[in-house]
Every structure is written in structure tokens, then in C-alpha cells.
Design a protein around this ligand. Structure first.
Ligand code: ATP
Ligand code: MG
Length: 377
């Protein structure tokens, strides 16, 4: 039995196999995986795809592009160089790799550790060329393919677009030149942003990439939580039908479902509606929603309310409702409404790639709807 709800993980070996087969089936064509926030993309890359690829002799490099968005190539190169060092530095009798001197560089408050790699002197300094050399070297010396897992890839489009373009071009060149040596998976939460970047780069990689589905976890997740609940509470449990409904109500975000079930377990609740209500009223939840809401501009807050009420943003009804919410000196127009929707997508309040203005977080929508509209603005 798992120790706690937090130890339960649903493995997705079939999906990982499918991804690996897609990569191998079309060398040179990266996979692109776009799915809403918090549905488990990173967990899948790290806990399912990466181990399977390693079993298949891939050398796997994971990079959270958002974290290193100012120097993405340096971070990828560094990870590759570390792998070279790990594979070539002789192991001591204790089985530990020899310690390398490490220097720390702070990037946007996050310190990235850059080791002095044994191969440094022979490699070009230009990050794009260096990347290319590293791939050649690893392939020549190890005879193993490299799998790059580039998480939050759209961060490149969001930050410095010139840098983004140069990275995309170099990646594309590398993927095409070394088809058998390097494979890549991009993940992110906006297909639209990435498409725009690739179009600008005139890099056909976007069309060239294989778009992969990332299905949300199914009933096995609520069922696993239910089983643990039952084990703790001597047979009392929320029903599976209700838990499935709850999973859908929280947009299939496994972490949120788990947090609600943890709360229900702590309070001995088996009614999921009561559980959801308690979760939504929790101080942390409310504070988080208030903070998200408060960080929006006045017009966008009004727009969020209007959308939560189910109106179409560009409709006449929405314009009338916006006018009733906003002060006289901030009257709406359709142009302003369009811009507000764009901003709300950029801020992940609305799903970016959905044509029907869906909220990324249904609980946030419900929160906004429950407030008195007079208190909102
Ligand atoms: N297969 C799984 N089994 C159990 N819990 C999971 C699973 N996948 C994800 N989770 C949980 O869901 C939460 C979100 O997962 P993760 O960070 O992987 O999502 P994400 O899609 O990468 O999110 P983001 O869009 O914020 O990057 C985490 O708390 C994680 O523990
Ligand atoms: Mg993630």
C-alpha cells in the first residue's frame, strides 16, 4: 500500500511506447505535444518517456526551456557535456564519478551550474555550433542516439523572439542533419505561439513536427485515489462515478483531484460535492484565485466576469454587460474586447488553443461567478 496519496503515481507505458515508436518511425521529425496546464506533461516526460528511452539506449537530456529561456542552448549544451563527462570520466572504486569543478552562474535568479567539461577546449564557443559538435561527438563516441526533451518550449516564443528564432533554426538544422543521432520532443501549453515562431523563422519544423495527442489520465487515477481512501477509512469511500465527475470538474488535473481527495480524507468526507466546496473555500485556494484575479487589469477583470457568465466576448450582450460593470470612463468596444481576450489567453486564464473561450481552470471561473459583481472591480 502506498504511504500517502502523494506516493500514488499512474504509469503510462503504452503512451511512452507510442511516442518512442513515433520518433523512431520518422527520424528527423520531432514530436510536439501541447496540452493544457497541470495535466501531467512534465511527469510523463520524466517518469515514463525518459526511463523507457534510457532502456532503449537513448541518452536523454531534459531541459525546462522556461527556466533557461535566456540561454537555452547553453543549458542544453551543458546537459550534453555533463552526459559526456558522466560517460567518460572513470568511476572510482566506490562507483562515484570524479567530482568536477563547478562554477555557478545566476540566470534570472536561478543559478545554473556550469561545470568545466573535459571536452571544453576542442569545442566551438558559438552555442549553435557547439551543440552540433556535441551531437557528433556523442554519436561517434557512444554510438547512442540522443533524445532531447524540451519542456515548456513555447517559452522561447514568449521571451526574446530573436533568440528563439536562432535556437529554432539551429535545432531544426541539427535534427535534419543528424537524423539518426538526435531526436526531440517539445512540450508546451500553446501551440499557437509556437506555430507563430516557426512561421517567422520560416522554419518548416513546425509543420514538420509530428503533433502528438496527450490524452488526460483516465478513470485509473480516481480509482487509485479511491482505493487508498478506502484502505485508510476502513471501507468508507467516495463513489467512483462521483470521483470521475470531480476529475472532469477540475479539468482532468491530477494534482488538483488528489488535493481535494486529501482534504476529504482529512475531514472524513465521502461526498465529493462537499469536498469540492470545502476545497474551493480553503484559504489557500481563495487567496490564489484572488491574487490571479487581482493581477488582471480592470477591463480584463470585467471580461473574465462576462465570460464566466457564459457570454461570447464579441457579442452585443457582452458589450452591454461590460458597460454595466465598468466605470463610465472605461467604456467597452469590440476592439478592446478582442485585445482583452488575447491577454487572458497569454496569461493562461483562457485556454490558448480553444476557439470557444474556455477557462483554463473551471474552479477559477466558478470563483469569479460566485462573487458579487459589485465587489469584483
Ligand atoms: N501520472 C500521474 N500520476 C499521478 N499524479 C500525477 C501524474 N501526472 C501528474 N500528476 C500530478 O499532477 C500535478 C501536475 O503534473 P505536471 O507538473 O507533470 O503537469 P504539467 O502538465 O507539466 O503542468 P504545467 O503545465 O504546470 O507544466 C503534479 O502534482 C503531479 O504530481
Ligand atoms: Mg510541466
Amino acid at each position: 500500500m502506498p504511504q500517502s496519496f502523494f506516493d500514488i503515481k499512474i504509469r503510462r507505458p503504452a503512451l511512452a511506447e507510442q511516442y518512442l515508436a513515433a520518433l523512431r518511425g520518422q527520424p528527423g521529425r520531432p514530436l510536439s505535444v501541447f496540452a493544457p496546464r497541470q495535466v501531467g506533461k512534465t511527469s510523463f516526460l520524466l517518469d515514463d518517456l525518459s526511463p523507457l528511452a534510457k532502456e532503449n539506449r537513448f541518452l536523454v537530456v531534459y531541459c525546462d526551456v522556461w527556466l533557461c529561456r535566456d540561454r537555452p542552448f547553453e543549458a542544453i549544451n551543458h546537459a550534453l557535456e555533463e552526459e559526456i563527462a558522466r560517460l567518460t570520466v572513470p568511476r572510482t572504486a566506490l562507483g562515484k564519478t570524479a567530482k568536477q569543478e563547478v562554477k555557478k552562474i545566476s540566470v534570472m535568479g536561478n543559478s545554473i551550474e556550469l561545470g568545466e567539461s573535459p571536452s571544453d577546449r576542442d569545442l566551438p564557443l558559438d552555442p549553435g555550433l557547439r551543440f552540433d559538435s556535441l551531437i557528433r561527438r556523442i554519436h561517434r563516441e557512444q554510438g547512442r542516439p540522443i533524445l532531447l526533451l524540451l519542456d515548456e518550449f513555447q517559452a522561447l516564443a514568449e521571451s526574446d523572439s530573436k533568440l528563439g528564432l536562432s535556437v529554432v533554426s539551429a535545432l531544426r538544422a541539427a535534427l535534419q542533419t543528424h537524423k539518426e543521432a538526435v531526436f526531440a520532443v517539445f512540450t508546451g501549453s500553446s501551440q499557437g505561439d509556437l506555430a507563430a515562431m516557426f512561421t517567422q523563422a520560416r522554419a518548416p519544423m513546425y509543420q514538420f513536427a509530428q503533433q502528438m495527442d496527450f490524452p488526460h489520465l483516465g478513470s485509473e487515477w480516481p480509482a487509485a485515489l479511491q482505493a487508498h481512501f478506502r484502505a485508510i477509512h476502513q471501507g468508507r469511500e467516495p463513489s467512483l462515478v462521483d470521483l470521475d465527475r470531480l476529475f472532469s470538474a477540475v479539468d482532468y488535473r491530477p494534482g488538483i483531484l488528489r488535493d481535494i481527495v486529501v482534504l476529504m480524507s482529512a475531514e472524513g468526507l465521502t461526498d465529493v460535492d462537499v469536498g469540492l466546496e470545502a476545497f474551493s473555500r480553503r484559504q489557500e485556494t481563495v487567496a490564489g484565485f484572488k491574487q490571479s484575479f487581482g493581477s488582471l487589469r480592470l477591463f480584463d477583470r470585467a471580461m473574465v466576469r462576462v465570460l464566466a457568465e457564459g457570454l461570447k466576448p464579441m457579442s452585443d450582450e457582452a458589450q452591454a454587460r461590460l458597460a454595466s460593470l465598468l466605470p463610465a470612463n472605461a467604456q467597452p468596444s469590440k476592439g478592446k474586447a478582442r485585445l482583452a481576450v488575447e491577454r487572458l489567453k497569454a496569461q493562461h486564464v483562457l485556454l490558448r488553443d480553444s476557439p470557444d473561450y474556455r477557462f483554463a481552470d473551471s474552479l477559477f471561473r466558478d470563483f469569479v461567478l460566485k462573487q458579487h459583481s459589485a465587489d469584483l472591480l
